[in-house]
Design a protein around this ligand. Structure first.
Ligand code: PEP
Ligand code: MG
Length: 758
């Protein structure tokens, strides 16, 4: 039987809140106050049961106080993380209302509680700083449906209780000793390495929550006025921000416009006003409405909707900042050793922080190829991503370790873990010093073969490292990085300026510019590109460059020629899959040079135009391709991705194959042999070139030009200096004929046998 809502007519939510507050202010231990609170709530909400569960450090939820369930169950009944309906509420971070709870799949029956007769169930999380520290539940015997305003009332009460519990914990009450208001135990989270290195420091939350100081107010009109003013300020700010975004098109425009629409949304404004009218301060109202959004949108599977939740969170944070004295000033000042923590970071986010103080980055999401990963690698900031639940597990200022060798994070590490890390950091520093000493030493193998070690770069920032590494030039300059970290399409002048700066920083050393490699996983918010089912196989790189009459590519080539100002120009095209594509791209270079000359501008003193070998098809058409090129460079990241049909950005499949395998090594040998025969200079510029063992294999196959991330230059040079190339080549003959899927251990054995330092 379903019963309509029956509310106590004399007690509205405000009077209930007042009573709760009186119970809170009555002093005495939290346990007594919780006992009193559950009694008042049960009576006021005409519920037979009202219970509070609090989260212990172990993650268990413990029954702390109850009206209606068996008193013996208090401090005895515990539910493991995610267990039962209360565990479900913590998981979803929002309310759960059921008319027949025992039939819910998550229901977990605990005989000691005596809850058999209760069917209707309404539970809400006790939220503090966005984390659930417990659950508040009311239950009724009959199968009734709780009304929306009852759910809302209970959420407001839950906020008040959460503050009360936190206050008790601050006073170090014995009963709350192990209640987890904020995480405080050492923890280790496993993630994915985005940028190599080790770091130790203190947590800086990229989006620090602004906790409301006061939850209840007697002066409703004053709070209404504060809310109104803050909303108006927020809306003006968003409007101004959006008006500055000229040139947005397609999907990106819709996304941004929806953000603006939400800031103005009547229903959001109305929900906030109603929450204030119920007796909350404006700040508490924002938190209340925020938890509702989390509950509804947070459950969505659709990535687009989940992304929108991020927008909503952002708007809520902004509104809170308008309400507090801070306004919307964003803090970018950092403590001495800062470890930045975020869900994910956008194009320019990292660059806004003080590089000297930013020692490491930990992200909850992202991918190796994400903006954050790219910039972190370019700046050599250790970064680990995909750390599930990270933000829920740290507090501002907590000590943390970024172990971006193993792809892990240690939160509040134990002293022995920290000591071990410091020892590893010392070893790294020593090795670095050793590499620095090798900087001026030319890279010759023991049997006298000269190996050219070049560096990969992509931002003007990473050019500082060029001199430090001792690399002999830049073998791959990824021009799309400039586009990826910009808020809008870089125009001709901006491009020319960057290329000029790069050439000047290289100070006469050769620089090979790779034209835009956009598309695939490198999407730009301001470019109107349709979503593709298979972006890695889609409209990307040179395909995009040549379409639309090559406008994007033409402009880029023009900027490159302008920056060269009569010096040497080396340029190569990404993801060439057919000779026609290369021919068309090369023709564009010639056309742009003719265009410049016609205007009396200097043509490059030397022109070298190359193709990247990344599409496997080209490996069987090198006889046609090589005569058309001045050089080729092998993008092993993409070549391997396509050869093994394994998405390089997907950690579940990216590591399933080994480039040190007969098929990969044979393909690389075929390319090297064809280049040697036609005397075409060839380099390898994928990540494998920067790993000493893989670089050893490449040298054995005959390669003598390797371009790599800056961190690889020292270790690879050390390997080269210790290597006898002829002996390595002989050793590889049998490995190439191997029948196993990977010959890594054989390569290791060979390297050891030849005393090669890998
Ligand atoms: C490659 O694919 O190996 C390469 C060097 O290019 P990118 O990593 O930029 O795709
Ligand atoms: Mg590539």
């Amino acid at each position: 039987m379903k019963e309509p809502l029956s509310r106590n007519p004399i007690r509205g939510p405000r009077s209930l809140l007042r009573q709760i507050r009186e119970a809170m202010e009555s002093g005495g231990p939290v346990q007594a106050r919780l006992n009193e609170a559950v009694r008042i709530i049960a009576r006021s909400m005409v519920a037979e049961v009202c219970s509070v569960y609090l989260r212990r450090g172990s993650g268990d939820l413990e029954l702390f106080a109850t009206e209606g369930l068996s008193a013996e169950a208090v401090h005895v009944t515990r539910l493991g993380p995610g267990e039962g309906l209360v565990g479900e509420i913590v998981r979803i971070g929002g309310p759960l209302s059921l008319s027949d709870a025992p039939h819910h799949p998550a229901f977990s029956y605990r005989p000691e509680t005596g809850e058999d007769p209760y069917h209707a169930f309404l539970g809400v999380p006790l939220l503090r700083g966005g984390r659930a520290i417990g659950v508040l539940v009311v239950q009724n015997r009959t199968e009734r449906v709780y009304a929306d305003d009852e759910v809302e009332d209970l959420q407001i009460i839950a906020m008040v209780l959460a503050e009360m519990v936190a206050g008790g914990e601050r006073l170090a009450e014995a009963a709350l000793k192990d209640v987890e208001i904020a995480p405080h135990r050492p923890e280790r989270l496993k993630g994915v390495r985005f940028a190599e290195g080790l770091a130790y420091g203190q947590v800086v939350l990229h989006e620090a929550p602004v906790a409301p100081e006061q939850l209840l107010s007697e002066d409703v009109p004053a709070e209404e006025a504060r809310l109104k003013a803050a909303l108006a300020a927020l809306q003006t700010q968003i409007d101004q921000m959006m008006d500055g975004q000229h040139g947005l098109v397609g999907a990106s425009f819709e996304v941004i416009e929806s953000y603006r629409m939400f800031a103005h949304s009547r229903s959001w404004n109305r929900s906030l006003e109603e929450a204030v009218r119920s007796g909350l301060t404006a700040e508490a109202a924002v938190e209340r409405v925020r938890s509702e959004h989390r509950a509804t949108v947070g459950q969505a599977r659709d990535p687009y909707l989940r992304e929108r939740l991020h927008d909503l969170e952002d708007l809520n944070d902004r509104l809170l900042r308008h309400l507090t004295a801070e306004g919307d000033r964003v803090h970018r000042e950092l403590p001495e050793n800062a470890i930045l923590i975020a869900r994910n970071l956008g194009p320019a986010d990292i660059l806004e922080y003080d590089r000297a103080r930013l020692k490491g980055i930990l992200l909850e999401e992202g991918s190796v190829a994400s903006h954050a990963g790219i910039v972190a690698r370019a700046l050599e900031i250790p970064c680990v991503g995909r750390l599930a639940g990270l933000r829920d597990r740290v507090n501002q200022g907590d000590p943390v370790i970024v172990d971006a060798e193993a792809g892990e994070a240690y939160l509040r590490p134990r002293p022995d873990v920290l000591d071990a890390l410091k020892a590893r950091m010392a070893v790294r520093a020593e090795r670095r010093a050793e590499y620095l000493r090798l900087r001026e030493t030319p890279a010759f193998t023991r049997d006298g073969a000269k190996i050219t070690i070049l560096m990969n770069a992509g931002l003007a920032l990473d050019l500082d490292i060029l001199a430090e590494t001792g690399a002999e030039g830049i073998g791959l300059f990824r021009t799309e990085f400039q586009f990826m970290v910009a808020e809008e399409l870089p125009r001709f002048n901006a491009q020319t300026q960057l290329y000029t700066r790069v050439l000047e920083a290289a100070n006469g050393l050769p620089v090979t510019f790779r034209t835009l490699d956009l598309g695939g996983d490198k999407l730009l918010p301001y470019l109107d590109v349709e979503r593709e089912d298979n972006p890695a196989l889609g409209w990307r790189a040179i395909r995009m460059g040549l379409d639309r009459n090559g406008t994007l590519l033409k402009l880029q080539l023009r900027a490159l020629i302008a920056a060269t100002r009569g010096r040497e120009l080396r340029v190569m095209f990404p993801l060439i899959a057919s000779v026609e594509e290369f021919r068309a791209a090369r023709a564009l270079v010639d056309k742009e040079i003719a265009w410049a000359e016609k205007r009396g501008r200097p043509a490059p003193s030397l022109l070298r135009v190359g193709a990247m070998i990344e599409a496997p098809a080209l490996v069987w058409h090198l006889d046609a391709l090589l005569p058309m090129t001045d050089f080729v460079s092998i993008g092993t990241n993409d070549l391997m991705q396509y050869m093994f049909a394994a998405d390089r950005g997907n950690p579940r499949v990216a590591d399933r194959y080994d480039p040190l395998s007969p098929p990969a090594l044979r393909a690389l040998k075929m390319i090297q042999d064809a280049c040697a025969e036609s005397r075409t200079p060839v380099s390898v510029c994928g990540e494998m070139a920067g790993r000493p063992l893989e670089a050893f294999a490449l040298i054995a196959l005959g390669y003598d030009q390797l371009s790599m991330p800056p961190g690889g230059v020292g270790p690879v040079k050390q390997m080269v200096l210790s290597c006898d190339r002829e002996a390595a080549r002989r050793g590889f003959d049998s490995l190439l004929r191997g029948s196993a899927g990977s010959v890594r251990s054989e390569v290791e054995t060979l390297a050891r046998k030849l005393s090669v330092v890998t």
